[in-house]
Design a protein around this ligand. Structure first.
Ligand SMILES: Nc1nc2c([nH]c(=O)n2[C@@H]2O[C@H](COP(=O)(O)OP(=O)(O)OP(=O)(O)O)[C@@H](O)[C@H]2O)c(=O)[nH]1
Length: 159
C-alpha cells in the first residue's frame, strides 16, 4: 500500500524549484519491522556520522543497483545487526515517500517474523524491543508513520 507523501523538516529546505534545480532523484530504502514472539518490534538508533544520528528508526538501508527490496533488507540486517534473513520471509507491508531536506526517499517497509542469529550492534548503534507507546526519542520523521500503522492495525505476534 502506498501512503501520501510526507514532508519532513520543511523549515530546513532549500527551495530547489525556485533555484531552478533539477527534480530530485528518489532513493529507494528497504526497512524492516522485526516483530518478536511477544509482539514487540525492534527500533535501532542511527549511528554517529549519519544524518539524523541518534534518532530512532527501523533497521534497513538503501537499495544497491539492481537489488530487490527483499535482498537489500537481508543484506542490511546482516551488515548492521549480524542476523541472517531469508528474503522469502520478508513480507512487504507499506510504501512511504518522505521528502527530507537531504534526500527524497521511498521507504519500502516490510514485516519480518523470522530471522536467525543473535542481534549484534555492528555499527555501534543501540536497539530496543519496543511496544506502543514507544518510550524512546527522538524518532526519525520517516519512522513515525509506522508507529501509527502498528497502532491502527492488529499485528499478530507471530505469523
Ligand atoms: N533505515 C531506515 N531509514 C529510514 C527510516 N525512515 C526514514 O526516513 N529513513 C531514511 O532512509 C534513508 C536510509 O538511509 P541510511 O543512511 O540509513 O542507509 P544506508 O545505511 O544504506 O546508508 P549509507 O550506506 O549511505 O550510510 C535515510 O535518508 C533515512 O533518513 C527508517 O525507519 N529506517
Amino acid at each position: 500500500m502506498s501512503e501520501p507523501l510526507l514532508t519532513a523538516d520543511a523549515h530546513l529546505r532549500r527551495d530547489d524549484a525556485a533555484r531552478g534545480d533539477a527534480p530530485r532523484k528518489v532513493v529507494d530504502v528497504a526497512v524492516g519491522v522485526l516483530i518478536g514472539a511477544d509482539g514487540r518490534f525492534l527500533l535501532t538508533s542511527r549511528p554517529e556520522g549519519k544524518v539524523y544520528a541518534g534518532y530512532w528508526e527501523f533497521p534497513g538501508g538503501k537499495l544497491e543497483a539492481g537489488e530487490s527490496v527483499e535482498a537489500a533488507l537481508a543484506r542490511e540486517l546482516s551488515e548492521e545487526l549480524g542476523i541472517a534473513v531469508d528474503p522469502a520471509h520478508v513480507q512487504r507491508w507499506r510504501e512511504q515517500m518522505v521528502d527530507y531536506p537531504h534526500a527524497l526517499v521511498r521507504l519500502h517497509f516490510c514485516r519480518l517474523y523470522q530471522w536467525q542469529g543473535e542481534l549484534q550492534a555492528r555499527e555501534g548503534q543501540s536497539w530496543v524491543w519496543a511496544a506502543l507507546p514507544v518510550t524512546v526519542s527522538p524518532v526519525l520523521p520517516g519512522a513515525l508513520p509506522v508507529l501509527r500503522w502498528l497502532g491502527e492495525e492488529h499485528v499478530p505476534p507471530s505469523a
